[in-house]
Design a protein around this ligand. Sequence first.
Ligand SMILES: [Zn+2]
Length: 247
Amino acid sequence: MTLIADLVSLHQVDSQVRALRGRLASAQNYVAMQERQRGLLHGRLEEVKSQTRQHQATAANQEAESGSVKARIETLRTQLNTSTNPKQYAAVLNELKVLQAKRDEIDDGTLAQLQKVEELQAKLVEIEKLLTERVQVLAAGNAELEICRNEVGSRLAELDLERGSAAARIPQRDRDAFNRVADLYDGEAMAELVAVDARAREYVCGVCNMELPKEKYAALASNQNAAVTCTSCHRILYISDVASAAS
Ligand SMILES: [Zn+2]
């Protein structure tokens, strides 16, 4: 086989390797993204749970405080009923009013706390629902990734061998040039040299579509053992009958 035919074979297997690696990488990225979102939701859930506990604790403290104020109020009422001294009566009555106002204020605060707890609990239900959905999506993503790993894994091993033997037939210098362009264009290292008008000797690069000097065609047609590159995109050129001879 000629150098160009060997390069075309390498290109074919190299594109397949890259496509499979790409498929595996996107399945992995998808799972990683779902995992991150699950982590964020879990964090949010814990945060809301902790806020709920804080408001519940504050409400419980306020209820206890209200209870002790209530006990004091009852004691004062008894004193009021048994009071015979008008001055003492007025003093007790005054303290009662102050305590009653204080208790009302505490109870309002408790209500506000309990209302907050209710809001947070509704939020918790919502987050738990989202989290359940996310966990399901993540499980499906992991299953898909596993399938992809199995399918891609064995095929990739075969292709890597094929790629190795295709590459081994190519001199180091041309192989390096191929790898550079393949990395640059994500595997699309080669381009067909297309005759737009063979009689007028008008040629273009089949990938970037830029016009090619006729000397490029002449060089490639006369010697299939030297790589010729596109003037514009630097992809390695081939003529299509050479490609079909190689495949
Ligand atoms: Zn080009």
